[in-house]
Structure formats: C-alpha cells, structure tokens
Design a protein around this ligand. Structure first.
Ligand SMILES: [Zn+2]
Length: 480
C-alpha cells in the first residue's frame, strides 16, 4: 500500500520525501468535501497527484476492502491548543519532544500557548521558541500565541502590536481566563485591528477557587469540591456580550473560546453564531470521550454512560467501576464533565457549532502530577492520544470519519485563517497523515514521545496507528 523508493524508505526525520506512492487507501479531503478510495503520488516533497478512484474502479476497490476502516490518508492535523513547556519547564516537555509527540499523533501544525516561563508576552520569547524549533530536525509547523496581558498577570495589556509584528497567530492568557472584562474589551479591539483573534479560556475563577471535580454525583460521592458548569458558561456569556459590543466598532474583532466543556457554553456559542457574531470554539478529545465517572474508577466512554433518552447513567448502579478512584491524571481544567455535557460537545461538533478539536496537550512531571487528586497539576498529555479518542467515537457511529477529520484539519485551519494547509492539494509541499484505523496500539511510557505520561489512557489500547506523518514535504514521523 505504501511503496517508497529506497531513498524514501530510509529517510530520517526532516528528510525530503523524494518518492512515495500510496495506493489502495481511503482518502479524506475535508477542504474539497471528497472522501473515497484513491491514491497519491509524492515526488521531491511535492504532492504531485491525488487521484480519487471513480466508477467501476472505485466499486472494485470497495469490494476489495478499501474503505474508511483501513488505511486512511488525510491532511496533516492542526492543533489549536498545545503546551510544550519550553522555555521554563523542560522537565515536563521540550519543543523537541513536543514536536515528536505531535508528529506521532498525526499533527503537522501546532499552536503553542504562551504560559511558559517567562510567558510569551514579548518578541524575544517567541525568538527563543523559534530557535528551539529550528534546532529540531522536525518539519512540524510550530505557531505560537502571545499573552494577552504582561506576564499573564491580568493587569496590563502585553505588547500586542509588537507580538503581531513578530508573527504570533493570536493572543491568549490560557491557563487562566482574561480576568478583567475591561482588559478583554481592549484586547478584542486591539487584536481585532491587528487581524488576530483573542483565544479565551472561559472560567470565572470566583466560582472555581478550590474546585476539584465537576459539580455532580461523582464529586459528591467522592467528597471532591464541586466545579460548577456555570463557572464556564458565565465566562462565555461575558465574553460574547463584550464581543458583540466591540465588533460594532472594530469589525475585525474575533473571539475563539477554547476547550468548551458544557452543554450551556456550547448552546451560548450556537446562539451567538446564529446571531452572526465572529466567534469560534473548540473542544478537547478528553471532554468528548471521557467523563467525571472516570475519577470514580469507571472506564467506559462518555457515550456508554448515557441512556437512550439522554440521561446520565449511575456508574455504581451499573457496576461500571473497574479501576481505583482519584487517579490524578484525570485532573484537568476545565474538569471532565458528566456524560450529558460530553454528548453536548459531540452534538456541537456535528452541527457545526464547534469548529475544531484541540488537544490542550498539557504534559506534567510525575512530581507535579502523582500527588493527591486535589493537589495535582491540571492537564492531560493528549496530543498522541487525540486521534485514538476521536476514532473511538467514529468506531461506534457517533461521529462520521469525515467530520472527525474536518475538526482536526479544515476546521482549525479556518480558525487560523490558514485553510491553505488543510487540504489534499496537488502541486504543494506534502502535508499529510497516513494512519491505519484497523490496527491498535498501547499507550504507555515506551510508546509516547511526549515527556508527559500524565494520561488516564496509560495501558489502554487505542485504534489508529499513525504510519507516517509528512509536513512541509518532509518526514515528521514514521512508525517503526
Ligand atoms: Zn485552558
């Protein structure tokens, strides 16, 4: 299926893909809306030919078993939200291990959050990140957000204009919300004039101080302090109200809400979009596939934890508890929610309210993570398991493969205003992922490229082995 010339096969990371033919594969191109059996030809790093089989040839290929359940070729994935921890916390992740993890996950473009140490609030920090990227051999495209406020302290605007000139793709205080509403108003206006989005982590911190787990049955039974859904929805509502006013004066103002996790927030965005507001949003793979009952020790997917009539099931009554409770790798901000909220995130993807799946890849050291649940650092190392979680939903028919791929490619591409890198277009430097949906892999410290092994999926088998990731015409990852 994958035939490489000798030179191509021996290629190492960063090497130009001289010659590679992939035939009898299932091609998915969300940018053009095409999906079907076909073949691609790569020469000297260029995607020379993309051929969708037609008529009898296509029928024959399907009869021979070439369908969306085997080898899939898609545009390289785009992650709108990742933390690579450099500079400042290289024990948790470095740019080098981060890009290797991204490529292993099928991502060819990653957008880094600025909550490094120091924060990326001025161009010199961006230069350090770029130097670290250049020092890797990887062809993965690394973009970065600048901080909204100086030092992410929430008090004064960072040098947005200088950061924009230096090439940031937007602004975020992620890790925390833009706390002050008046600063958010100024930031939306200023960034809007620069043609860049504000990416907000919507959370009202006055409602989440000391909170440990989603406010609900699981938190109550386990004695964990509740994290209300309203802490997110009220921040989303605030942001949207401010955006509505700012956009009247600054038509270029744009808001992107990241890692939405509740039905109420998704619904607010749905209404804002239908009212024509320039807002986009993403959800994470873990908020789609996992729920708070994992903290109690359940290990079933979100869609298995809900009744046909849309009500959450009781994991204790169902005898679904199979693991020890309080696994700190499940502590994340926003918290894993109940199955009804997870279903709302999925419904948002299906109806187009949600633009993208973003990983919020948040590697941590063992020291920061393997402590009491309520004291553990927030975050899941997730860039390598994103595809597997999404495919779990695809496998049971909850999410069409084409929608899943769109949410990882053309969707985030539109948010970035960079749709040109999100399609299978002939004549351009090749930027693709090839994965085998029919084979599975085990998540563990040996298989993960990330330094962060803080994942609730450790020792779990996931579908979808990434065979090869090509970015900018070069090899970024190849399965052993
Ligand atoms: Zn966040």
């Amino acid at each position: 299926m994958i035939e490489a010339a000798a030179e191509g096969a021996s290629a190492s990371i960063g090497r130009l893909v001289a010659e590679l033919d992939i035939s009898r594969a299932w091609l998915v191109d969300p940018a053009s809306g095409h999906e079907g059996p076909g073949e691609i030809v790569i020469r000297d790093g260029i995607l020379e030919a993309v051929t969708f089989l037609e008529g009898e040839e296509a029928d024959q290929a399907r009869t021979d078993g070439v369908d969306g359940t085997g080898i899939v070729v898609a545009p390289g994935f785009i992650d709108l939200h990742a933390h690579f921890r450099e500079p400042g916390n290289e024990d948790a992740e470095t740019i080098a291990t981060g890009v290797a993890a991204a490529a292993h996950g099928g991502f060819t473009t990653v957008c880094l959050m600025p909550n490094t140490s120091p924060a990326l609030d001025e161009p010199s920090v961006l230069s350090r990140v770029r130097a670290a990227v250049a020092a890797t051999e990887s062809p993965i495209r690394v973009e970065a957000y600048g901080a909204v406020t100086a030092g992410r302290a929430g008090e004064t605007l960072a040098a947005l204009g200088e950061l924009a000139d230096a090439g940031v793709i937007g602004f975020s205080d992620d890790g925390a919300p833009v706390r002050s509403a008046s600063i958010l108003r100024n930031a939306l206006a200023y960034a809007g004039a620069l043609g860049l989005p504000i990416v907000d982590h919507p959370e009202d911190p006055t409602q989440t101080a000391g909170a440990e787990a989603n406010d609900g049955l699981v938190a109550t039974v386990l004695g964990l302090r509740g994290w209300p859904a309203a802490a997110e929805a009220s921040a989303v509502a605030r942001d949207l109200e401010i955006l509505a006013e700012v956009v009247a004066d600054v038509p270029g103002a744009r808001l992107h809400l990241t890692h939405l996790s509740t039905a109420a927030s998704i619904d607010l965005v749905r209404r804002a979009k239908s009212a024509g507001l320039p807002v986009t949003c993403d959800v994470t793979p873990h908020h789609l596939a996992l729920t708070d009952e994992w903290i109690a020790g359940a290990r079933r997917w979100a869609w298995e934890a809900i009744d046909d009539d849309g009500r959450a099931r009781d994991p204790w009554r169902d005898q679904a508890i199979v693991a020890a409770p309080y696994d700190p790798s499940l502590r994340v901000n926003p918290p894993l929610r109940g199955p009804v909220d997870a279903a709302a995130c999925l419904a948002g993807l299906l109806d187009g309210t949600v633009d993208a799946i973003a990983t919020d890849h948040a590697p941590h050291t063992v020291v920061d993570k393997e402590v009491e649940f309520g004291l553990a650092a927030n975050g899941i190392s997730g860039i390598e398991t994103a595809l597997g979680l999404v495919l779990a939903a695809v496998d049971v028919g909850r999410l069409p493969l084409s929608k899943a791929i769109a949410a990882l490619t053309s969707g985030p591409g539109r948010v970035l205003g960079a749709t040109s890198i999100a399609g299978l277009d002939e004549g351009r430097l090749v930027d693709i992922v090839v994965f085998d949906r029919s084979s599975r892999w085990t998540v563990n410290g040996q298989t993960l490229r990330s330094r962060g092994t803080n994942s609730p999926l450790i020792e779990r088998d996931l579908a979808g082995v990434v065979l090869v990731t090509l970015a900018n015409g070069r090899l970024a990852h190849q399965a052993e």
